[in-house]
Design a binder for this molecule. Structure first.
Ligand SMILES: *Cc1c(COP(=O)(O)O)cnc(C)c1O
Length: 399
């Protein structure tokens, strides 16, 4: 039956209808332009309609879209060898999304312990405020009640503790623990950085107890923090890492990276996907890396991040009634605000600049990595307009 609203009502959609994108700009059906610092939730890493991605997709569209994993895949081999030569990893499994990359990571960690003769070691320690996806296993890993409610028994094997306390981690390790799973910077949870010391502590605990360290770099990876992967700032490496979002630049693509040792038990038949790593996804993933690995690209990210940092810090000083704190790293930034974050996001929208809500009353700013310093300044000026308007309203209320 035709419903007036034919979509599942799972989203509170903002009433904006975009028709096209140009770099950091989105354009509505009626031609209004918005600065896009949401970037498809950190997905449009090269902005919209990046010429190299457009050309790549057009060329691949005339060759081969989909193949399944029944045959050899030169595109997967190429992308995997580039990813492994740039990272700790030796092996890569391609997926279509972040949650699937996490599923692969979780299965790989459990299978590793199983192959070592420890099938009882299937528990994974996770952290409050985490977000790992919306499949049944990843909502259990994320542990947020609002995502678990009504979906049957929580998938067993995820032990959640407070974020950032190494003593709690130590206390949570049992002889059933397989791995520790963490986002180096929580995205959804409110832009909280695990920090160098904590990540180093987790690495040491994993080594001491024979556990695998799994990093979820679905949001913070692929250049977003000014390094190819966020954990590089901490000087540690994981055993397994889930990647997605920015790696496809807007095309659905994820990857699970692992050391040879961790991936060894994932033999033929243990895991699979129909779409994952198809030739179209691989062409685009390789094209994204062409740009991100270009000499000077990550330096550009760090430079523009500094422009954002300084601009936002000055907004915090000037609008203390509105902005409590500036958080995050690189181009993964958060404004912790003092009024409901949805009101701040709406005021930003009125000034034609887009962001994303996060937990802990934070506004996320995830501009394309290609954002220029001028575009950053333009965005900050628009956020300033929004903050000024809100501060005025706030002062009126308290007067
Ligand atoms: C978005 C996200 C996921 C889930 O990715 P999907 O592609 O939506 O399945 C997992 N982990 C983190 C940190 C994310 O930001």
């Amino acid at each position: 039956m035709a419903d007036a609203k034919p979509l599942f009502e799972t989203y509170n959609r903002i009433p904006l209808r975009f028709e096209r994108g140009e770099g950091v700009w989105l354009v509505t059906e009626s031609g209004e332009r918005y600065l896009d610092f949401a970037a498809g939730i950190a997905v449009n890493s090269l902005g919209h309609s990046h010429p190299h991605l457009v050309e790549t997709m057009k060329a691949q569209a005339e060759k081969l879209w989909h193949l399944s994993n029944l045959y050899e895949s030169p595109g997967q081999e190429k992308l995997a060898s580039r990813l492994t030569s740039e990272t700790f990893a030796d092996k890569v499994f391609f997926t279509n999304s972040g949650a699937e990359a996490l599923e692969c990571a979780i299965k790989t960690a459990r299978r590793y312990q199983y192959a070592k003769g420890h099938p009882e070691r299937f528990h994974i320690i996770t952290f409050e405020g985490a977000f790992h996806g919306r499949t049944l296993a990843t909502i259990a890993a994320g542990g947020q009640a609002k995502y678990l409610e009504g979906f049957g028994p929580k998938t067993p094997g995820f032990d959640q503790i407070a974020f950032g306390d190494l003593d709690l981690v130590k206390a949570a390790i049992t002889n059933e623990t397989a791995a520790i799973l963490i986002e180096p910077i929580q995205g959804e949870g409110g832009l909280r950085s695990a920090g160098r010391e904590f990540l180093q502590g987790l690495r040491a605990l994993c080594d001491e107890h024979g556990l695998l360290l799994i990093l979820d770099e679905v949001q913070c990876g692929v250049g977003r923090t000014g390094k190819l992967f966020a954990h590089e700032w901490a000087g540690i490496t994981p055993d397994i890492m889930a990647v997605a979002k920015g790696i496809g630049g807007g095309f659905p693509l994820g990857a699970c990276l692992a050391t040879a040792e961790a991936a060894a038990p994932m033999v033929a038949g243990t895991h699979g996907t129909t779409y994952g790593g198809n030739p179209m996804a691989m062409a685009i993933g390789n094209a994204v890396l062409d740009v991100v690995l270009e000499e000077g690209f990550l330096e550009h990210v760090r430079d523009v991040a500094l422009v954002f940092r300084q601009g936002l810090a000055s907004l915090k000083d000037r609008f203390p009634e509105i902005i409590e704190d500036v958080r995050g790293e690189g181009l993964m930034l958060g404004l912790k605000v003092r009024v409901p974050h949805s009101e701040v996001l709406a005021a930003m929208r009125d000034a034609h600049v887009l962001g994303v809500l996060a937990g802990d009353n934070v506004i996320r700013l995830l501009p394309p990595l290609t954002t220029t310093a001028d575009e950053a300044r333009e965005g900050i000026a628009r956020i300033e307009q929004a903050a000024a308007k809100l501060q005025q309203e706030q002062l009126k209320k308290t007067a």
